[in-house]
Design a protein around this ligand. Structure first.
Ligand code: V47
Length: 355
């Protein structure tokens, strides 16, 4: 029996069998994914007005795919102080941002108290601003560096104003790939454990997957299945969105020779929608896909495009055309021009406004 029928019959299949989904043509996968997406959200495309803040690019870890952290390929090390960060949050708030997405390199220079205090000051100054901050990789780094358990770090984050966690640091869960691309950083089981502990606190987070580098189809499916399993055991809280991040190739140390075609990228998004029946949202992150492909992806299973971002430093350092974010008017125009309804959401996917 073919794999799609077996899936429809509710059979549980392993990653090597499911990897054969890539052998289907794009439109077969796209059709099923689009039906699922439409039955949930019709022709709505979700986005938010957000501001990315990356306090420092000085990093104790060395991920081969990363062009953001200060190194020989990026000699411009920087470290923001609290005033700078508060000014950015103030500006973003004035411009209508509902979320600050704060992710930093693993800088050995910030103290635990300073970092937690930064969240507290932002929350005190702008109580309505949702703070999405601290990847599981940062939680793990803080835990190792300051001798605290994951539980302690997560409890302190919540106490100091962090509302939800972003999905970064997941990369590819397969240990053999991880060893090559980000040896030394948070391990797959630790990443999953940190999110699970956060969910047990009744909190929400996202989950990413970095794809299009040295991994194969089975590694991607394995990654998706591990997330699905983790979400199954959540009694409260959980993953809001799955975000496949397309690898950007410039200014980094990963020696990749071939890159996925648009068909391959869209298949990955469609397969995610088909398999991840328990994660509500699939985000086609425009900063890695480009706005045009991210909009096409909305017909292949995605329902979200991320937001205005304002300043983007991680993917743009590696070649993406996302350094200055996107103007709200342009984002809305493009969503509507592609035939969708442009729905501004908050960080937890409550609908705020239709444009
Ligand atoms: O984990 C680093 C990725 C991630 C490259 O939760 C790269 O809503 C592509 O996680 N090419 C951080 N990607 C960003 C992130 C994220 C982004 C947007 C929304 C959300 C969310 C989370 O950036 C890292 C890493 O996988 N990254 N280098 C690169 N060369």
């Amino acid at each position: 029996m073919d794999i799609l029928t077996r899936l429809e019959n509710g059979e549980e299949l392993d990653a090597s069998t499911l990897a054969k989904l890539y052998q289907y043509d794009l439109f077969t996968l796209g059709e099923i994914a689009d039906q699922r997406r439409k039955s949930l959200y019709g022709d709505k495309v979700f986005f938010n007005i957000n501001r990315h803040i990356n306090p420092s690019n000085i990093c104790a870890d060395v991920c081969k795919f990363c062009a953001f952290s200060a190194s020989r390929k990026n000699p411009n090390a920087y470290e923001m102080n609290l005033d700078e960060i508060l000014k950015i949050a103030q500006n973003a708030h004035n411009k209508g941002a509902k979320e600050v997405h704060i992710v930093s390199a693993h800088s050995p220079n910030y103290t635990y108290q300073w970092y937690m205090g930064m969240f507290k000051e932002i929350k005190a100054a702008f109580p309505s601003l949702h703070i999405k901050a601290m990847t599981a990789a940062e939680v793990d780094y803080f835990s190792r560096r300051f001798g605290k358990s994951y539980e302690e770090v997560l409890a302190d984050m919540a106490e100091h104003g962090v509302d939800s966690m972003p999905g970064g640091g997941a990369e590819i869960f397969d240990e053999s790939v991880r060893k090559i691309i980000c040896h030394g950083k948070v391990k797959s089981n630790e990443w999953l454990e940190i999110h699970s502990l956060w969910h047990k606190m009744g909190k929400y987070s996202n989950a990413t997957m970095l794809f299009g580098h040295i991994e194969n189809h089975e590694h991607r499916i394995d990654h998706i299945l591990r997330l699905k399993k983790a979400q199954e055991s959540n009694l409260q809280g959980g993953f809001n969105a799955f975000i496949p991040l397309l690898y950007q190739r410039e200014n980094n140390y990963l020696n990749v020779k071939s890159f996925p075609s648009a068909q391959e990228i869209l298949k990955t998004i469609a397969i995610a929608r088909i398999l991840l029946t328990n994660i509500s949202h699939i985000k086609a992150y425009w900063a890695t896909l480009g706005l045009n492909l991210a909009l096409v992806a909305q017909e292949f299973g995605a329902d979200d495009i991320d937001g205005t971002i304002e300043v983007e430093s991680i993917q743009s350092r590696a070649g993406a055309k996302s350094a200055s974010g996107v103007e709200l008017a342009e984002l809305v125009y493009k969503i509507k021009d592609a035939g969708f309804r442009a729905i501004e959401r908050d960080s937890l996917y409550h609908e705020l406004k239709e444009y």
